[in-house]
Design a protein around this ligand. Structure first.
Ligand code: NAP
Ligand code: HSE
Length: 436
């Protein structure tokens, strides 16, 4: 059989993992693909850099267009990341008649619709299992095994780095910065880890899932995106005391014909399956009108888990499966849903305010919440040590944790604006929604 010839753009964390599988499992993959898979060209940024995997020097180039346009390449595997110039190389590959495999969620969230159209007009496919949830095959689920359903809700932990950091902080009392460093060392984080901890990466993945499952293109600038970078260990402790875990939850659901979307650190009851996903694992809960709620989980980040998804996509192309499923998976939305205005989003909330421990503070805060229609469900204020018997001690600062009844984002934002003007409040002021 003629081999399937692969050109790689990027030989970093994921690219090296892909090469390892392709070289180490050559015979097994050839059997599964029905033909040998051969690496014929690889683009990197810096030819002099030491590599984890050894490839003949003449395969390497610093010019990705050489890979995209190479006449002997059948499939271009884009693993360099980012929007530009990755988009240019993917377009060049498609224009040169090559199928594309990519793990690039930033690119697909922003330009997926455009690139999918370009691929379809040339009867080519883009396979992108690795772009969402790493090794957990959620794209195949949406394209093949949930097709009988109208999806009505997605709740997902899709950033392995954030979930790893929250887990390290909560279970091992690891300081935040140390946990971020560890996630980078383990190959979970993006080249710029700010994209993981500020919620952007999870929001981009939610954008891709929303396009596929709910037929509506959304980008992170259109909905609430917050990351775990403001959350402190004490928040995880208070949430626990109240019966909840804190997770970076990406959520999309249809409410009264509108699409409610957000990606935020969220309190989730401990007993719910998604609250129990720890470390770099991801979970996606899909609600289908026929099947009900279903949960899919697996390693969401890291070299070999992500490489596993990339190589499976390559095999799907070798066999011809991806060419069948891609056009149907990415059909043009016929009836995109309008987005629910964020002020109307209705949830319960966790508030942590650091306040001066003196008379009337509670009254000032509850007054503001009440005037804005925010009803309090419970309050935690642990007793602070009595100030020493010294003349004119300043007021001590104590955390005040408030759980609200269901209210709207608009009411909570209005209350927060008023709270910000109180002199008795200190930084930080933490607000997290509760996923009921
Ligand atoms: P990475 O380790 O930073 O690797 C990027 C590779 O691309 C490097 O080999 C780099 O070359 C090459 N590159 C960058 N810019 C280039 C340019 N202009 N021309 C030629 N080569 C260029 O990144 P990664 O973690 O493997 O991630 C790759 C993609 O997979 C990203 O889209 C990421 O979002 C996605 N992803 C990553 C994971 C994960 O767990 N890491 C999981 C799922 C998806 P040099 O080596 O010479 O610098
Ligand atoms: N940085 C990403 C994460 C990699 O931590 O989830 C997987 O897409």
């Amino acid at each position: 059989m003629e081999p399937l010839r692969i050109g790689l753009i990027g030989l970093g964390t994921v690219g090296s993992g892909v090469v390892r599988i392709l070289l180490e499992q050559r015979e097994l993959l050839a059997r599964r693909a029905g033909r040998p898979i051969e690496i014929v060209k690889v683009a990197v940024r810096d030819l002099k850099k030491a590599r984890e995997v050894s490839l003949p020097a003449d395969l390497l180039t610093e010019d990705p267009l050489e890979v995209a346009n190479a006449p002997n390449v059948d499939v271009v595997v884009e693993l360099m990341g980012g929007l530009t110039p990755a988009k240019q190389y993917v377009e060049a590959a498609l224009n040169a008649g090559k199928h594309v495999v990519t793990a690039n969620k930033a690119l697909l969230c922003q330009h997926g619709d455009e690139l999918f159209r370009l691929a379809k007009t040339s009867q080519l496919c883009i396979a992108f299992e690795a772009a969402v949830a790493g090794g957990c095959p959620i794209i195949h689920v949406l394209g093949q095994t949930m097709t009988a359903n109208r999806i009505t809700a997605i709740e997902a932990i899709v950033n392995g780095t954030s979930n790893f950091i929250l887990t390290e902080m909560y279970h091992n009392l690891e300081p935040y910065d140390d946990a971020v460093f560890k996630a980078q060392q383990l190959g979970y984080a993006e080249a710029d880890p700010a994209l993981d901890v500020d919620g952007t990466d999870a929001a981009q993945k939610l954008g891709i899932l929303t396009l596929l499952a709910l037929g509506t293109k959304v980008t992170p600038d259109q909905f609430i995106v917050e990351g775990i970078d403001t959350i402190e260990l004490s928040d995880l402790g208070y949430a626990d005391e109240l019966g909840y875990a804190v997770k970076l939850l990406a959520s999309a659901k249809v409410v009264d014909g509108k699409l409610e979307l957000h990606t935020q650190p969220t309190l989730i009851r401990h007993e719910r399956p998604i609250a129990q996903v720890d470390g770099p694992y991801n979970m996606i809960a899909l609600t289908g009108d026929a099947v009900g709620q279903t949960w899919f989980s697996g390693m969401g980040a890291g070299q070999m888990a992500t490489a596993s998804a990339v190589v499976s996509d390559i095999i799907d192309i070798a066999v011809g499966r991806a060419q069948l499923t891609f056009p149907l998976l990415t059909t043009e939305p016929t009836n995109p849903l309008p987005l629910q205005p964020l002020e109307e989003i209705s949830r319960r909330y966790y508030l942590r305010l650091n306040v001066e421990d003196r008379p009337n503070v509670m009254a000032e805060i509850t007054g503001i919440l009440g005037r804005n229609g925010v009803s309090i469900a419970s309050v935690i204020q642990h007793e602070a040590p009595e100030p020493d018997d010294v003349p004119n001690p300043g007021p001590s600062i104590v955390p005040l944790v408030i759980m609200t009844h269901r209210t709207t984002e608009g009411q909570v934002r209005a209350a927060r604006r008023e709270l910000d003007s109180l002199r008795c409040l200190r930084e930080p002021r933490i607000t997290m929604p509760v996923a009921d």
